[in-house]
Design a binder for this molecule. Structure first.
Ligand code: GAP
Length: 503
């Protein structure tokens, strides 16, 4: 079982301290969210799990942490100034604004559904029904045809012409800067990737790396999304976990496929059910300006939707960026007339292969995942409901132990018995260096178990009267509710083993 919809997770998150609406005491700020005490632990655990898997468990990886604000030239030569746009349209009737490509995709899906209902024996709709496949530009013309695409808010069909909106947040640098001074213009990064490309030579030479190798980075990115929403799925400020893997041209396609499979396995390793994950091969029309091929990993974020196709959305993208970025930031490449393509760069980001005595611009394979979307997917997937013997419904969050915000809760059976309380507190502090442990005595044992189940704590340790005599405690398993007696002296090793903590 997984959560029936995102709303279930929104309410659990607020109730239990995972995620709160941001700036709530001032009426909130659209689609901004604050991570609470459990949310920050979950985010950190996701990032640590990714870093361990991506960087520490491999021999061909380095990490960096680059600036959020970079020289404006980075975004000029990466192509973001010119092409990092979303097409938007306004409804002239109700004044609401939408992403034109999203409305088109929705409309196309409806057309296809209707066509399939009317033509049950034909395998594929004709091209006019699949017009998104003919290219976005052509599709955007549909907004000029009255009655074609209806406003999801008011149902009318009276649109402005679609126009391009650059998603990068602008800012100005320096205290004396005039707001419109182009020399002071800077952007908040819309992807962490560029900070890696511009440091390619620094990392390669200082760490004496040979191709193939990768550079990983985790950090905040910012996009002035036209229609953010669906809780933490699409926000204007979010966190990315990206890795750029540099390979010899010609090896890119094979390595790309390896990373696609490897990333899919990682989500399974985090405990996400394979039936809620799928691959999505981006059609040519959807590819970013730098990509030769991109395969997304989708999660079933919207299980409540009747149409199976509309249940999925992107969790991660794995792109073959070719040599686009390293070339674009290099000083040497020239156009046909011998003019430098990048007159502002002071470096050439090509690589000299000592073994073959060849110089080339490495191709780049990029697995790029969102921290927030991964958090949402693991919360949704871990959500289960269980009925007690008394017929009460309990929420049990079956988070992978590596991700669980709290690994063990130590609970006294009687909080008015000082020896039980002090023993429980002592056990908690002894466990604390090896794992996140909490002590809780704010309710009866049934209520305490229920609270820990709901936040995904894999084990509860109960100290009772007998513990004072036999130096043993009860360990309760979140998923089976089974209990076993464990000697206090053996407790840290017992829990470490069951939690999969290696040292
Ligand atoms: N460097 C490539 C890149 O940025 P992307 O597909 O635009 O590719 C990668 O972003 C991942 O970042 C997405 O798969 C998603 O998980 C996350 N992401 C992108 N935009 C987001 C947003 N507005 N809110 C939350 N997560 C986002």
């Amino acid at each position: 079982m997984a959560a029936p919809n995102i709303e279930t997770i929104v309410s659990l998150s607020k109730r239990r301290g995972f995620v709160f609406p941001s700036s709530e005491i001032y009426g909130g700020l659209g689609s901004a969210w604050d991570y609470g005490p459990l949310g920050v632990e979950l985010c950190n655990n996701v990032k640590q799990a990714w870093w361990r898997w991506m960087v520490h468990e491999r021999d061909d990886m380095e990490g960096i942490d680059s600036s959020i604000i970079l020289n404006r030239s980075v975004w000029k030569y990466s192509g973001h100034e010119e092409t990092f746009h979303d097409p938007l349209v306004d409804c002239r009737e109700c004044k609401q604004r939408f992403r034109a490509d999203h409305l088109l995709a929705e409309f196309t899906m409806q057309l296809q559904q209707e066509w399939r209902k009317e033509n049950p024996d034909k395998p594929e709709p004709p091209p006019e029904v699949l017009f998104m496949g003919k290219g976005l530009q052509r599709g955007l013309g549909s907004f000029r045809t009255p009655g074609y695409i209806k406003c999801p808010a008011c149902g009318k069909s009276n649109w402005t012409d679609p126009r391009q909106f650059n998603l990068m947040f602008r800012t100005t640098l320096g205290a004396v800067a005039d707001e419109d001074d182009p020399a002071a213009l800077a952007y908040l990064r819309p992807e962490t990737a560029q900070g890696i490309f511009i440091n390619f030579l620094n990392v390669q030479t200082t760490m004496r790396r040979k191709i193939p190798f990768g550079i990983a980075q985790i950090g905040k990115s910012f996009r002035n999304e036209v229609t953010p929403g669906n809780f933490i799925f699409r926000t204007r400020e979010f966190e990315q976990m990206e890795m750029e893997y540099f390979v010899r041209p010609g090896e890119d396609e094979r390595v790309h496929q390896e990373w696609i499979d490897y990333c899919f396995d990682w989500f399974k390793r985090l405990g996400i059910a394979p039936e809620n994950l799928r691959f999505y091969e981006q059609p040519k029309e959807e590819l970013a300006h730098y990509a030769k091929r991109t395969v997304d990993i989708h999660y079933r974020f919207f299980p409540e939707r009747d149409d199976e196709e509309r249940q999925w959305d992107e969790l991660m993208g794995i792109a073959n960026r070719t040599d686009f970025d390293l070339k674009a930031h290099s000083k040497k490449p020239e156009d046909e007339e011998g003019k430098r393509l990048n007159p502002d760069s002071t470096e050439d980001l090509s690589y000299f292969d000592e073994a073959t005595k060849e110089r080339y611009y490495p191709y780049v394979i990029e697995p790029a995942a969102g921290v927030n979307r991964t958090v949402l997917a693991v919360l949704m997937d871990a959500y289960t409901e269980k009925t007690t013997d008394k017929g009460e419904k309990r929420v049990v969050l079956k988070l992978h132990p590596e991700l669980a915000p709290v690994k063990v809760a130590v609970l006294p059976l009687a909080k008015n018995k000082p020896e039980i309380v002090s023993t429980a507190k002592r056990i908690k502090s002894e466990l604390q260096p090896a794992m996140r442990a909490v002590y809780d005595d704010t309710g009866g044992i049934g209520k305490l178990y229920a609270r820990q189940d709901e936040i995904g704590t894999p084990f509860c340790v109960t100290v009772d009267h007998q513990s004072l005599e036999d130096e043993a405690v009860t360990v309760r398993d979140r998923d089976t509710w089974e209990q076993e007696r464990v000697r206090v002296a053996e407790l840290p090793e017992h829990l470490k083993k069951r939690l999969g903590i290696k040292c």
